[in-house]
Design a protein around this ligand. Structure first.
Ligand code: AHM
Ligand code: MG
Length: 350
């Protein structure tokens, strides 16, 4: 056997061995207890992703998995059975992990405490278990979004007030996209990295390191059904893209897929405030702040209008914010319309 025959198998074997937990340790460049904890934490998030992906892949063949529960969540939105399942998956994988003391999610009014973890588990997981759940019953892509923050102080009143801080407090953030393949994308502040779930190994394997969003992309992603509820500045931006060559609309109703497209190919995602909901629809702590961390780490921009998403300090866990995020030039173009208009209140009002 000559040496060239050895190179290809060695390369692919090395890549196949770059699992998520190994990658986290490489990024932190350490085997300290903190690094081991973060690696274990990401591994648990990956386990949640695998369980949810497995359930989604069989949902259409099982009884009682799809459809609504008949209940509403704290946001007043109808809850789907998959929302409940996925929320419980995250709780379940972190029980007795010793890693996470509190979990805060879109589906729970208040943070969920795991008291047995609290003496040592100084981390909090914030997550949206199934984002884009209107897609779930028709077998279209959905996602999970997550962020990890360190608990600050003792939280003696059990109100988790230390979570009400800006996005710079995120230690790690990312999403899992359940599409034709299951993809996990994360950042710990050292670039953005993607992993594909290899079903034959049951592991997330490194696909791409240090992903960079193109400075400009052709995609604008927004629910244009809200056009007449927007501020003039946003309407003027949409009129602009309608009248200029080189723009294409793409909107799936599931944020994770729409953002993933923009991360890979460039463009802009918008969910502005409306007359009904001046603060927009999306929640800061477990939707827009984690995605803003990803987008900025990939060289893009994320604003609520004219304020950086990562600078916003919420006054409650389920705080909502308008959002404009994606390629640098596309976001700046939207902002040029906001600046032209004296009345930006619908976009930035909360
Ligand atoms: P959800 O977390 O309840 O599913 O809501 C979030 C989703 C986003 O994924 C998506 O971008 C948006 O809601 C779609 O909302 P709309 O139907 O108003 O366009
Ligand atoms: Mg959501």
């Amino acid at each position: 056997m000559d040496s060239s025959e050895l190179i290809i198998p060695e390369y692919s074997l090395d890549r196949d061995c770059t699992t998520l937990s190994r990658h986290v340790l490489q990024q932190l460049n350490s085997f300290s207890a903190d690094a081991q904890d973060l690696s274990a934490l990401m591994n648990r998030i990956a386990l949640a992703g695998k369980l949810i992906a497995r359930r989604l892949s069989r949902a259409g063949l099982m009884e009682g998995v799809l459809g609504f529960t008949g209940d509403s969540n704290i946001q007043g939105e109808s809850v789907k059975k998959m929302d409940v399942y996925a929320n419980e998956v995250f709780i379940s994988v972190f029980k007795q992990s010793g890693l996470v003391c509190r979990l805060a999610s879109e589906e729970m009014d208040k943070p969920y405490y795991i008291p047995e973890n609290c003496p040592i588990g100084r981390y909090t997981l914030l997550y949206d278990p199934i984002d884009g759940s209107s897609n779930v019953d028709i077998n279209l892509n959905v996602g999970s979004i997550f962020a990890i923050r360190q608990q600050e102080g003792e939280d003696l009143d059990g109100e988790a007030k230390d979570l009400l801080q800006d996005g710079s407090k995120q230690i790690a953030a990312g999403y899992i996209l359940y599409g034709p393949a299951t993809v996990l994308v994360y950042t710990m502040g050292t670039g953005v990295h993607s992993f594909f779930l290899d079903p034959s190994l049951g592991e997330f394997i490194l696909a791409q390191e240090n992903i960079q969003i193109p400075d400009h992309g052709s995609v604008y992603s927004v629910n244009e059904g809200n056009f007449w509820q927007w501020d003039d500045s946003i309407r003027n931006y949409i009129r602009y893209v309608h009248r200029h060559d080189g723009y294409t609309g793409r909107y799936s109703g599931a944020l994770v897929g729409d953002i993933h497209r923009i991360l890979m190919q460039g463009g802009v995602f918008l969910y502005p405030g409306t007359t009904d909901k001046p603060e927009g629809k999306l929640r800061l702590l477990y939707e827009t702040a984690p995605l803003a961390f990803i987008v900025e780490q990939a060289g893009g921009k994320a604003y609520d209008g004219l304020t950086r998403i990562l600078d916003i300090v919420p006054d409650r866990i389920h705080y909502r914010t308008p959002v404009i995020l994606g390629s640098k030039e596309n976001v700046e173009l939207v902002q040029s319309f906001l600046k032209q208009n004296d009345n930006t209140s619908n976009v930035i009002a909360r």
